[in-house]
Design a protein around this ligand. Structure first.
Ligand code: WT7
Length: 659
């Protein structure tokens, strides 16, 4: 940026609405604002527009079957295969174009053209079949950001075996819980990976996880570290390269899958301690991510598009793998961290590969801001055409910094609100259509009906905070929680629905977020209203963390809340009561941190551990998390009059300040 940055920033601070750049609108995939009206009039058939972006081997009969709410079915009777849609159908025209542009942390790169990806996926699909994997058997993938991860996902899709990807940063315990819950008998993992230049082992963690699985497991191990790390192979394990070599040149016909057949499971955190297995389908999910990748991310086949998320989370599933590849574009996949070897790594990659769209998280943007504009300024970022954010609210200052310093005021910024459960984007501006308002995600996408309600189910006035609800089904929605229809209804549909009714109009989806809406219908998402916290865009259940902490010797009781964090958005604050005879202090604090890392993973590590003699409780014995949040955030305390033990609050406050 030039010397007049200060002046520019002063001007931008005042501005709270930005029109999409003319140059962008002219070439946008969607630029006709009548789309909102057309979709509303034509609902639910408007979603044929999404299905039409896919290749179907059998046409569907019905767009939406809503005869048994909330168990909606989309594109019923249709058949397709996700791997065929993401690979085979591009071979004729784009076989020699790059599908996956992989950038390793240490500077190595691997490119897979669509033809090469086709070969790799076929050979691995043949490998899985040879091992005995059958359609509908759930395969667990516990891998970091290496090309074998999307290859394995697509190979599973090819043979009709749903995958369940477990984020590599999750602990051994988290792996066992997920494999047990899904009855998954196959595990694909690797020896280790690199983080900030160091080799990290992964296989031992995977072994420890398998030790906690209550059935037999067959393993396939990718050798990522080579000589660097001599990993152990167990009786159950097979070497990835060896197995694939035996299948050299093999092809596997993509199996026809019913639109409603499960494409994958993705576990996510909820209010209770047990992670929820979110079930996504082949037809509806794929149509949804493809349609949104086209209309919101504006992806075209000739683009080099980059989503910096990890494939272990839903963002990576939808917008590194399925959406972009279904559109036949080049998807960048980066193994490492944004500040290694230097704080300009992201910008170096954008410049080197002429990245056209960048989709990242507010946490990353706040970190870039902190590091300073000199890092992006040192690179030519003029290839960028669109910027996106996802995962947590973005504060207007970070939004404007992104818009100015990265986008040079020439790229629209889409702030996309959605969830693991929604499959893909739900609330965001269409970049070629609507004005942007920093800090506000925007209106619901065309064909979606989002409303803000109060606790009694009445609509709230514009400008007031309320609960975000989705009033109509959409193709990308989760179909159920794995083998737990009851919990599915309970978690998402009980709050605002008439659960006795067969009329779909009486069923309302509740995502557990609070929000505000303005006179233009723009929605500002405020955050979760349940016991879920959002650390760097990663969703963590406070109950899961609490149960890890009370498992530590010497801990009697614990309460976990999210406290404000400048970069991460929220961080984990733990309030802990020790057992009689145990001493508060560094040793116990270290044990607590280690206990959480072991049970969940380093992302859930408490930022603060506050020892307290008591926790604020209501007369009925419920912990008042709201008050603890206020303490964590150093805010004016809410009412304490309903507390059984009002004095405890000032004690804890004192302790928190002493920390
Ligand atoms: C929760 C979902 C969306 C994929 C990654 C996270 C929060 C997500 C935004 C946004 C404000 C957001 C919500 C939501 N969230 N996007 N643009 N603005 N908040 O998926 O792990 O399922 O978490 O992330 O609170 O409920 P997830």
């Amino acid at each position: 940026m030039s010397d007049d940055t200060g002046e520019l920033e002063a001007r931008l601070t005042e501005q709270d609405e930005f029109a999409p750049p003319e140059s962008f609108v002219e070439q946008a995939n969607v630029s006709d604002e009548s789309i909102y009206e057309r979709f509303e009039e034509d609902w639910p058939d408007c979603w044929d527009n999404a299905a039409d972006l896919l290749d179907w081997t059998s046409d569907y009969e019905t767009t939406l079957d809503d005869s048994n709410p909330p168990f909606y079915e989309w594109f019923t009777g249709g058949e397709l295969n996700a791997s065929q849609n993401c690979i085979d159908r591009h071979l004729d025209e784009r076989g020699e174009e790059v599908a996956i542009e992989w950038v390793g942390e240490l500077g190595e790169t691997r490119q897979y053209t669509y033809s090469e990806l086709h070969r790799e996926v076929n050979e691995f699909a043949a490998t899985l079949k040879e091992l005995g994997v059958e359609a509908d058997e759930i395969v667990t993938l516990y891998m970091p950001m290496i090309p074998e991860l999307p290859i394995a996902m697509l190979a599973c899709a090819r043979i009709g075996a749903p995958h369940s990807v477990v984020f590599a940063g999750f602990s051994a315990d988290a792996l066992s819980t997920r494999m047990n819950s899904a009855d998954s008998e196959y595990l694909i993992t690797c020896d280790g990976y690199y983080r900030r230049g160091d080799a990290l082992e992964h296989k031992e963690k995977a072994d420890e996880g398998v030790a906690g699985v209550d059935h037999d497991v067959t393993g396939i191990v990718v050798d990522r570290l080579g000589e660097e790390y001599d990993h152990s192979m167990r009786e159950r394990d097979h070497d990835y390269d060896e197995l694939v070599a035996e299948q050299e040149g093999a092809t596997v016909e993509p199996v026809d899958r019913d639109a409603e057949d499960m494409l994958f499971l993705m576990y996510t955190s909820g209010t209770t301690g047990k992670p929820k297995g979110v079930k996504h389908t082949t037809g509806g999910y794929l149509a949804w991510v493809t349609w949104t990748a086209n209309s919101v991310l504006d992806i075209k086949p000739e683009d080099t598009y980059w989503c910096s998320a990890d494939i272990g989370w839903i963002t990576g599933h939808s917008y590194i793998v399925y959406g972009p590849l279904a559109l036949g574009t080049t998807s960048v996949m980066y193994e490492g961290t944004p500040d290694y070897p230097e704080k300009d790594r992201i910008w170096e990659i954008v410049e080197e590969y002429d990245v056209t769209q960048l989709y990242t998280a507010p946490t990353a943007i706040r970190a870039f801001m902190k590091w300073g504009a000199k890092y992006p300024d040192a690179h030519d970022l003029s290839s960028l055409r669109l910027l996106g954010t996802v995962g947590e609210p973005i504060n207007p200052r970070a939004w404007k910094w992104y818009y100015t310093h990265i986008g040079n005021e020439e790229c629209p910024v889409v702030d996309t609100w959605w969830q693991t459960e929604t499959g893909g984007m739900m609330v965001t501006t269409l970049p070629g259509v609507g004005n942007m308002k920093p800090g506000s995600a925007g209106p619901p996408l065309p064909g979606l009906d989002a409303q803000l309600l109060d606790g009694a189910g009445e609509p709230v006035d514009n400008g007031q905070a309320g609960y975000l609800t989705i009033q109509k089904p959409w193709p990308g929605m989760l179909r159920t929680l794995y083998q737990n229809d009851e919990r599915f209804v309970e978690e998402y549909w009980s709050e605002y629905s008439d659960t006795e009714s067969d009329d779909p109009d009486d069923w309302v989806y509740f995502p557990e977020d609070g929000a505000k809406i303005d006179d233009d219908g723009y929605i500002t998402v405020l955050g979760r209203v349940d016991d879920v916290i959002n650390v760097s865009g990663h969703r963590l259940g406070t109950m899961e963390i609490e149960s890890a902490i009370v498992g530590v010797e010497g801990v009697a009781e614990a309460a976990v809340v999210g406290g404000y964090h400048e970069v991460k958005g929220e961080s984990v604050y733990a309030y802990v009561i020790t057992e009689d005879g145990y001493e508060e202090g560094e040793d116990l604090r270290d044990a607590i941190v280690a206990g959480v890392e072991e049970a969940i993973g380093p992302i859930a590590r408490p930022e603060e551990v506050v020892f307290t003699p008591e926790l604020p409780k209501t007369r009925s014995g419920k912990i008042m998390r709201r008050l603890l949040e206020d303490i964590a955030n150093d805010e004016q305390l809410g009412t304490t009059s309903t507390l059984r033990n009002p004095d405890v609050v000032s004690d804890i406050q004192q302790k928190a300040t002493d920390n």
